[in-house]
Design a protein around this ligand. Sequence first.
Ligand code: DCP
Ligand code: MG
Length: 402
Amino acid sequence: MPALPDPSMANDPTQAPPRRIAHLDMDAFFASVELLRYPELRGLPVVVGGRHRWQPQPLAGGGWHFARLRDYSGRGVVTTSTYEARALGVHSAMGMMKAARLAPDAILLPARFDAYREYSRRFKAAVAAIAPRIEDRGIDEIYIDLSDHAQPDSEALAADIQRAVLEATGLSCSIGISPNKLLSKLASDMRKPGGITVLRMHELASRVWPLPAARINGIGPKAAARLRQLGIVSIGELAAAPPQRLQQHFGRSYAAWLVEASHGRDARPLITDSQPKSISRETTFERDLHARRDRAELSAHFTELCERLAADLRAKDCAARTIGVKLRFEDFRTVTRELTWPFPLLAAADIRRAAGQCLRRVELGSRLRLLGVRASGLVERDDAAAQARGGAQLELLDPPPG
Ligand code: DCP
Ligand code: MG
């Protein structure tokens, strides 16, 4: 095993003042919401997934008849499960038939997304009442900037937030606190469920470096496999790897990010609802796709990304003047291109055309492992409405100089 580097190097004295960032993740979220509705299932293995036909049936004498996993047939996957089911080996994204072999007696419940959205809204509002600077990361997780909070004791503050979430929803969550988003995301996962983990920079070597590199948000299964081939499994081994060697295998920008991440450095600001700077959507393909041979498949992914991005913009009441694309090739080389238009864009079709113009400026020689679309130069939709008609004329215009 390579020698581990000196963790004191992780503190860069030229950096901005230290921040205090929390990551909050709800515990077994969908499954826990189901237990609020069916408290008699508490303590049992429960799996959420499958279609409406598995809905519990009311019994004549009161109570419910629940489907068991062994009754299941079909090709669905597990959405999530209670910790009791996970103890039997069940996990998210596992085929339901496989889960049924591991836990035939587990209770099966179909997902009720409306309920989860409602609880999501409630827990976020409860946190916002204590600490309003929040980045929404999806249905069950948020980042919270606690840098300016009056309570200096991070453990006590996290406990207050957990209590507020519990009172508002009846649900438990886990919280990680550290100087940045990357470390806090790792920390929130360290003591699930109901955990509070405060990570300090000087604990990097003792608490972060022993973890698998794959735990870092941004190191996917393929990058992890590639690292493994180089004999790099833990975050500490990644931190000790010669940067040159990483560059050879992952390209310059991804290698540089790997080095930063392994040293627990992450300067990304929180993107709060009040002032989003950009919105992006990206997808890593199941297998690397070729620009010509897999054209139809790529094109379908591309359209879907643009549609999702348009929906994100709509949800935030924004339009975007700048649309860009991001491509990562099979050799991990990453390329971005963006173009700024004279008017803000809203519609998925316009975003698709604008992103297509960016794509045309990239040499598509080798296979792609990732494709992303990004909207920036955001303006409020009211401002945009007056100019929206411009968007319809996009195809008639020459692309702006890039
Ligand atoms: N989810 C999903 N598809 C996945 C993963 C998750 O639909 N592939 C849903 C179900 C989860 C919710 O998103 O309940 C949150 O995802 P998490 O990864 O945070 O999983 P849980 O909250 O269920 O469990 P944990 O306690 O590990 O956070
Ligand atoms: Mg969760």
